[in-house]
Ligand binder design. Sequence first.
Ligand SMILES: *Cc1c(COP(=O)(O)O)cnc(C)c1O
Length: 399
Amino acid sequence: MTLANGRHYLAIPGPSVMPDRVLQAMHRPAPNIYKGELVEMVESIVPDLKTIARTQHHVAMYISNGHGAWEAALVNTLSRGDTILILGTGRFCLGWGEMAAAMGIDCQIIDFGPQSDIDMARVAEALTADTAHTIKAVLAVQVDTASSVKNNIKALRTTLDDTNHPAMLFSDNIACLGVDEFHMDDWGVDLMVTGSQKGLMTPPGMAFVFFNDKADRARDTAGLVTPYWDWRPRSNPTEFYRYFNGTAPTHHLYGLRTALDMIVKEEGVEAVWHRHSVLARAIWAAIDTWGNGGPVRANIADHAKRSNAVTTVNMGEGNGQKMRDWMTDTAGVTLGIPLGGLAATPEAASAFLRIGHMGHINAHMALGVVASLQAGMAALQIPHDPSGLQAATEVIAQG
Ligand SMILES: *Cc1c(COP(=O)(O)O)cnc(C)c1O
């Protein structure tokens, strides 16, 4: 017997739930790619992307996933033999560094582990030690989707400034753009990458690199740049086809246009941030309360360091795996798997699950996940304080 038949809810940290309107906008015949609606639409997408990123500078669009944006960021700014600083807080910045290392870039790595955000004192130490200023860029994720930690990107800029270090600041916002508050220009971020399939509520397949003039000056000498990934024609195209260096991702663009209408024009970026913050706090209230009566706890203890996009939960050894199976098979909700780096052994990793709460989600969806998890804990006999659900409803009631 299953209770899962009904609309399935993919509550993983990307791809996120796609609005029906986005899907419907994509369900159409192939458009004219030479002139007219599609061409105008792409031109309208650029300013809306910049509005979400809070930047007045440049954006290059790619037909790729987030990994493609990582590679684009590296090739447009760096050369083989350059040094960069990688700040690991889970999995993703380390992955970006592995890609850079494979391209011949020398990576200095500080790994803060999977339960911690970036410790600015240690970054300051590394930057101060680099008296010759060999470090060309400091790479961080705003939100690490494995650990669900949120790093303080603004403080990272302050750390660079306080140590008088000229390195560029790169931020991976693939998990959290349009979810967690972010101000590219005000926070002094030189380059930021994101993808279409998380906060932007559009199918995977498009990625974006935002960059300022300082990063663009690095492009002048970047030895790794290749014609396809070059951001210059894409960000300042002389002809329409140069936006994508070939055929445009026509249907993704229709979906993205609709998603941007919803985020920028209808709800508003600040309201979108607020909605995510309330829904995340509701989920956290449940998790924190459950833990009073059992093993369940959020991977990141400090609320200020949690992300509004994703929450990694430690359910107790073996329980993460069992709970994910129960949720999919019985409740019709699929939760995220633990990613590498969270735990040292497969047994330890079996404690974890991740709840994606980014994008097109609302109060009943967040409460549905919480209530289903609580039912699952009862069914699987995982000890918990059952007032967790009540605690979540109170957060929603307060708005
Ligand atoms: C999802 C994600 C990526 C990878 O994106 P893909 O589209 O899967 O290539 C990179 N960084 C972060 C922080 C992410 O959340």
